[in-house]
Design a protein around this ligand. Structure first.
Ligand code: C5P
Length: 251
């Protein structure tokens, strides 16, 4: 992985993109947001696009396994993501804030199913690239370093052991919704989702070639970010006051 400095940032022909991939519960979102904040970069959560599509499908009574009906929905999804280091990520669907609604267990399950369809993925990968525009950003997901931004100069692949991942997810859900399934139930759900993510034909969960692997099992998010910064050797910048990741119609 190359290192960069302020000069190489200015002369870079392609936008600076740092990809972070890995299975559910490894801490991708926390780490990606921290890294984006420290470097003053935008943040793009590709999982939010699968969740927004799954949510829309459920609202319209479309079966998440019905690729034929999902494809036009994915192509016409009116989604914008607004990221701010202070306010967090706002997921706007047709101008309505659905940030909480897309994090329910029902949507989580449906998102893993819609993500299986190759033509749905192709539409959402196009959307993700549009959302990225030509910004400097940290992007997280399952295939961001392998499919969405294969030419990204910096790639990371996070891992963590199964118990740690289930415990983290349990705490995250408790914070978000109050009620949450047990760690054992979550561990089983994660195993199933991981398996689905790994074996699918389009955009499977893989460590992209050249990505730096980081095992986060015994590390706090801040320590993971420190380790990443050492690999990047980028100068930290002050976070922008209002970082935004917008769709094509976002000013
Ligand atoms: O990361 P998150 O849990 O929000 O992602 C929701 C679902 O979207 C995951 O279960 C995964 O199957 C899918 N996903 C994907 N490719 C990505 C991001 C997420 O398949 N780049």
């Amino acid at each position: 992985m190359p290192s960069a400095n302020a000069k190489s940032l200015r002369t870079r022909r392609h936008p600076l993109i740092i990809t972070i991939d890995g299975p559910a519960g490894v801490g991708k979102s926390t780490v990606a947001k921290l890294l984006a904040t420290q470097l003053g970069l935008q943040y793009l959560d590709t999982g939010a696009t699968y969740r927004a599509l799954a949510y829309t499908a459920l609202m319209r009574g479309i079966d998440p396994s019905d690729e034929r009906h999902l494809v036009p929905l994915a192509r016409s999804l009116q989604l914008t993501l607004h990221w701010s280091a202070t306010k967090g990520l706002a997921v706007m669907l047709n101008g309505r804030d659905v940030s909480r609604q897309i994090r329910t267990e029902q949507v989580t399950e449906a998102a893993a199913i819609v993500a299986h369809h190759p033509r749905v993925r192709a539409a959402l990968v196009r959307l993700q690239r549009r959302l990225a525009g030509d910004r400097y950003l940290v992007v997280e997901g399952r295939d961001t370093g392998s499919v969405v931004f294969p030419h990204a100069p910096y790639k990371f692949f996070l891992t963590a052991n199964a118990t740690v991942r289930a415990t983290r997810r349990h705490m995250e859900l408790a914070q978000l919704h109050g009620r949450t399934p047990s760690v054992t139930v979550i561990a089983k759900q994660l195993r199933e989702r991981d398996q689905r993510d790994r074996i699918r034909k389009a955009g499977p969960l893989v460590k992209p070639p050249g990505a730096v692997a980081v095992d986060t099992s015994r590390m706090q998010a801040a320590e993971v970010v420190q380790q990443m910064l050492q690999h990047l050797a980028l100068p930290a910048r002050r976070p922008s006051r209002q970082g935004r990741t917008c769709g094509p119609d976002c000013q």
